[in-house]
Design a protein around this ligand. Structure first.
Ligand SMILES: [Zn+2]
Length: 232
């Protein structure tokens, strides 16, 4: 991958997340590892996910310095810097303020495999970041977010990671969808039927191989192009 391709992925993945409804005005971001090892490519502060384009990106070093691009770095760039620093296999990270994830995290209940999306965690509960409900504005806090395909950040949002942009975006989308399904189920009554661990593990492999993550991601990219005012 070239730096130009990494930049293109940040633009595309940001639009895909916007199409999935994970935008929160100008908050939330996608980062892609710089293939030359200089840091991360991320949108500049002040732009919404659907507004991201090539000339609105920054290259931010692992010391949180802006090397290329305008303005200061996002206060929460440490989420991406530390997850990518700790996980060589990860190439893309996502942080959003997805509404269902925040609402579900407030219940402090296990996330159950009620649906295909809920099988993402193969029958285990979703990890939760409990250090703070405020901004993840230091490397020390960022380090605590490494190690899972996706995690809830109670009182704040979610974080997701993947070896491709498609995987990172889809992990964020699947987590938020699983939370939405469980919120709706629990609002209607007692949740009774869900996969056991054996079925959830099988569904994780069956429903979410790379090919399916890529297919879902491509759909979102097409939706973004069709429905958003994309200037890229
Ligand atoms: Zn945030």
């Amino acid at each position: 991958m070239t730096p130009a391709e990494a930049r293109g992925l940040v633009v595309e993945a940001s639009h895909a997340l916007a199409a999935a409804g994970q935008g929160d005005m100008v908050w939330g971001h996608v980062a892609v590892r710089d293939p030359d090892g200089r840091g991360i490519w991320i949108k500049a502060p002040g732009w919404g996910l659907e507004e991201v384009r090539d000339d609105r990106l920054q290259l931010v070093s692992y010391q949180a310095e802006v090397l290329i691009g305008d303005g200061t770095a996002h206060k929460e760039c440490h989420i991406h810097l530390e997850v990518l620093r700790a996980s060589p296999e990860v190439h893309c990270t996502v942080h959003t303020h997805a509404v269902s994830a925040i609402a579900f995290a407030a219940l402090d209940m296990p996330l159950l495999p009620l649906s295909h999306e809920g099988a993402l965690f193969a029958g285990e509960d979703v990890p939760r970041f409990r250090e703070t409900g405020g901004l993840v504005s230091t490397p020390e806090l960022g380090k605590k977010l490494a190690g899972a395909p996706a995690a809830l950040m109670p009182k704040h949002g979610l974080v997701a990671a993947g070896h491709t942009a498609a995987a990172a975006v889809m992990h964020a989308v699947l987590l938020d969808s699983a939370c939405a399904v469980q919120l709706r189920s629990q609002a209607a009554g007692r949740t009774v039927v869900h996969s056991d661990v054996t079925e959830a593990r099988a569904k994780r492999a069956q429903c979410w191989p790379d090919s399916q993550l890529e297919a879902g991601y491509r759909y979102l990219v097409r939706q973004a192009a069709a429905t958003l005012d994309v200037i890229s």
